[in-house]
Design a binder for this molecule. Structure first.
Ligand code: FMN
Length: 330
């Protein structure tokens, strides 16, 4: 390993999913993959409950904060707060198509206004010392990606961005739900690879439709600098993350197997319960840990039925793990 590059494999920002419990769980499977927060709007960072929005465990690093917004001054202020809170990268969301996000003029609609994105990232860079990165689509609506994407990348590179994550499909701003916008517009990996060749000075990560670690490695071998995985890493985290540290960074895997990764969460669960939290808030992110393995169904059922009951604690968690071990031994 020459230079440590966390972005080689990243877990995507996902609202309601990649909260601090989820990220700490993913850390039990990979120490090195770059993790992202859920998107937080600049206004929420400026005016909201920072402990709740930005608080995290030091063990979650390397960790990037994703911001949403389109006002350069407010994004700059929020980026500075993010840097103070210890995030090592500040990412601007230019890819999210949901209505709520469009009405605030940010997310994927920014693909139509590269000049404004340039002003936003320049202000964010000037306001604080951490790298500012951009997550974008290949275009929106009737845009021709081969034309608009190079112009978009040129603009943000000129404004000082050195790393871009490209979700390799368009977003349709009207007529498709956010979920459909992650499934219906076709993926165009060759275009993202072409962008890497056209912008050799830019660190280019690909996102969209990557399901396994092997697929991510195949894309890295084709010359991409990084691969970001979203849904597959959430639904089957071990398939994406468990072999990642040895395969990508030449480092030992933090957990010998899935059960060891689960057990490593016990101290965090105990602290969360002691502070008045619910078991389900953590275990809802762990339901896919044994996906495809013997005992997966029982694990999922026990935790999804039992963990939100008042008083559910480590006894239930341990019993669910024992259930998996018994099925595996049967
Ligand atoms: C539940 C969910 C929430 C998401 N929230 C965000 C978000 O906050 N910011 C963002 O840039 N993308 C968000 N995305 C999009 C993902 O980051 C990613 O771009 C998309 O899922 C495609 O990658 P995948 O095919 O590997 O899942 C979200 C996706 C999902 C499934």
């Amino acid at each position: 390993m020459t230079k440590y590059q966390a972005h080689r494999l990243a877990i995507a920002p996902m609202m309601d999913w990649t909260d601090r419990h989820c990220r700490l769980f993913h850390r039990q499977l990979s120490r090195h993959a770059l993790l992202y927060t859920e998107m937080v709007t600049a206004d929420a960072v400026i005016h909201g409950d920072r402990d709740r929005l930005l608080g995290h465990d030091a063990a979650e690093h390397p960790l990037a904060l994703q911001l949403g917004g389109s006002d350069p001054a407010r994004l700059a202020a929020a980026a500075a707060v993010g840097a103070d809170w210890g995030y090592q990268e500040i990412n601007l969301n230019c890819g999210c198509p949901s209505d709520r996000v469009q009405s605030g003029c940010f997310g994927a609609v920014l693909m139509e206004n590269p000049g404004l994105v340039g002003d936003c990232v320049a202000a964010m860079i000037a306001a604080q010392p951490r790298p500012v990165t951009v997550k974008c689509r290949i275009g929106v609506d009737d845009q021709v990606p081969e034309q608009v994407l190079p112009r978009f990348l040129e603009t943000i590179e000129a404004a000082g961005v050195r790393h871009v994550v490209i979700h390799a499909r368009k977003a349709w701003l009207q007529g498709l739900s956010p979920k459909e916008n992650r499934e219906i517009p076709p993926l165009d990996y060759p275009l993202v690879l072409a962008m890497k060749r056209a912008f050799p000075g830019l660190t280019v990560s690909l996102n969209g439709g990557v399901a396994t670690l092997e697929q991510a490695q195949g894309l890295l071998a084709q010359g991409l600098d990084g691969v970001m995985v979203g849904r597959a890493a959430y639904h089957d985290p071990a398939a994406v993350l468990m072999g990642a540290d040895p395969a990508i960074w030449g480092a030992p895997a933090p957990a010998a197997d899935r059960a060891a990764a689960a057990r490593a969460m016990r101290p965090h669960i105990a602290r969360h319960l002691a502070a008045g939290g619910r078991l389900h808030q953590i275990t809802r992110h762990m339901l896919g840990l044994f996906a495809g393995q013997p005992g997966a169904r029982g694990w999922r059922r026990m935790l999804s039925e039992g963990a939100s009951r008042p008083g559910a604690g480590l006894d239930l968690f341990d019993a669910a793990l024992t259930g998996v071990a018994e099925r595996a031994a049967a």
